[in-house]
Design a protein around this ligand. Structure first.
Ligand SMILES: Cc1cc2nc3c(=O)[nH]c(=O)nc-3n(C[C@H](O)[C@H](O)[C@H](O)COP(=O)(O)OP(=O)(O)OC[C@H]3O[C@@H](n4cnc5c(N)ncnc54)[C@H](O)[C@@H]3O)c2cc1C
Length: 391
């Protein structure tokens, strides 16, 4: 069993009950997603590019600096709001959702929690205002085994020289700032891994090949190439050799929002399936009148709700300062399964047209696959859960 949360003095509210502020925030993001993003989803998917004007609007709405304190130009919000934003965006476009997810729950989160005052002052206002960020941990030879990374950092005076290549880095195409993990003391194993804040313009840094992907195609996924990239020693985030801790703890949080991306995606697919089932007629009546279709929709709705509860619970536990690592792994594992299953069933409910690009469900089906891969594969989540239940 996962550890039970501590008791609270007041009667707890239902997990899905939102404060007035949360409701307003959610409806603002939903409106933006439905009115501004939806018309371009197919075009962006086909082009494999996220529109710059939409990215600008995301900054203007405060969606790229949700947890950044107001003194640094952010919204001064909480992690749960990040989860709400990712869910609302994913209902329409999981690519938009992951851009906001990485910016908030990974990049901003690292700087807020681990950055020096100087780094916060220098970079947080940019992250809140106009600068996209990316998280560079994975490499060709180190995915699940992330700490086997081969990128090296060598001290030279008041700088470090970073050499190596990162692979599959979300937001890398648009980013101006990169949180790059490199080993500054390989003899110490993972205790040499350090987090560096790298500006796109630093000498020796280059964004490499952009991946051509199955899903979330409008979200850029690129290689990072560092050839003796000069990074000021002041741009070490947190302590030297503590990068592994930063990476683990940040991903523990980030994956809750990936769960949220999958909940939003599943909700989107369910919505399309319900709408279609009510208007498509076969055998002289809407297919929603057939019990076979009704049962399918009922199961989909139940699973989406269950996944949402896991995600909201993990997010609220994180905001309450309670231990949440197992709950986060469960949320991500289950929600990504629900994302894939729900999108797949939605394609079937739409029948032949569900398989075409004329309707959005085939894209959601393709987009769902990534949920079981990034920020720790489903097997990695099961390892975390099993460790906890076996003691
Ligand atoms: C679209 C996309 C975006 C990404 N964005 C980022 C990003 O922004 N930043 C970043 O750093 N990385 C990013 N990644 C990388 C991603 O986190 C890795 O792909 C993921 O961690 C899996 O690593 P891998 O691909 O090397 O697979 P592998 O680790 O090689 O795994 C292959 C298979 O083996 C299984 N496996 C591995 N080890 C074990 C084990 N011990 N027990 C059981 N099964 C195991 C896995 O579950 C998986 O099924 C992204 C990837 C993609 C595709």
């Amino acid at each position: 069993m996962a550890a039970l949360p501590e008791t609270v003095d007041t009667a707890p509210l239902p997990l899905t009950a939102l404060t007035e502020e949360e409701k307003f925030f959610q409806s603002t993001v939903r409106k933006f997603a439905r009115e501004e993003i939806r018309p371009y989803v197919r075009e962006m998917d086909e082009a494999g590019v996220f529109r710059k004007d939409l990215l600008k609007e995301m900054f203007q709405l405060g969606l790229m600096g949700i947890e950044i304190p107001e003194e640094f130009g952010g919204q001064g919000g909480n992690f749960f709001q990040c989860v709400l934003a990712v869910e609302a965006l994913a209902e329409v476009d999981p690519s938009a959702a992951v851009i906001v997810d990485v910016q908030n729950t990974i990049a901003n989160n690292i700087l807020i929690r681990w950055g020096s005052e100087e780094l916060k002052r220098r970079y947080l206002p940019k992250l809140a205002h106009d600068t996209v960020a990316a998280f560079g941990l994975s490499e060709a030879g180190s995915g699940s085994d992330a700490f086997a990374l081969a990128t090296r950092a060598t001290r030279q005076g008041d700088h470090y020289l970073l050499t190596g290549r990162k692979l599959w880095i979300t937001n890398a195409g648009e980013a101006g700032l990169y949180f790059v993990f490199a080993n500054a003391n390989p003899e110490a194993g993972h205790r040499g891994i350090t987090c560096f804040l790298v500006e796109r313009g630093f000498p020796g840094f280059q964004v490499g090949k952009k991946e051509d992907k199955l899903g979330i195609r409008a979200s850029s996924t690129c290689e990072l190439i560092m050839d003796e990239c000069r990074v000021p020693a002041a741009n070490v985030v947190g302590e030297l050799g503590k990068g592994y801790k930063i990476a683990i703890e940040t991903l523990n949080e980030g994956r809750i929002a990936i769960g949220s991306q999958m909940v939003g995606l599943a909700q989107g697919a369910l919505g399309h399936a319900i709408a279609y089932a009510k208007q498509r007629e076969q055998f002289g009546k809407p297919i929603a009148d057939f019990q076979g279709v009704q049962f399918e929709l009922a199961v989909m709705a139940t699973e989406v709700e269950a996944a949402r509860l896991l995600v909201y619970n993990a997010a609220r536990m994180r905001d309450a300062g309670l231990p949440f690592v197992t709950e986060a792994a469960m949320a991500k594992y289950f929600a990504s399964q629900v994302g894939e299953n729900t999108a797949s069933r939605a394609v079937e409910i739409l029948g032949g047209v569900g398989f075409t690009k004329d309707y959005p469900v085939e894209k959601l089906y393709r987009d769902a696959k990534i949920g079981r891969i990034y920020e720790g594969t489903s097997n990695m989540q099961k390892i975390t859960i099993a460790k906890q239940i076996l003691g």
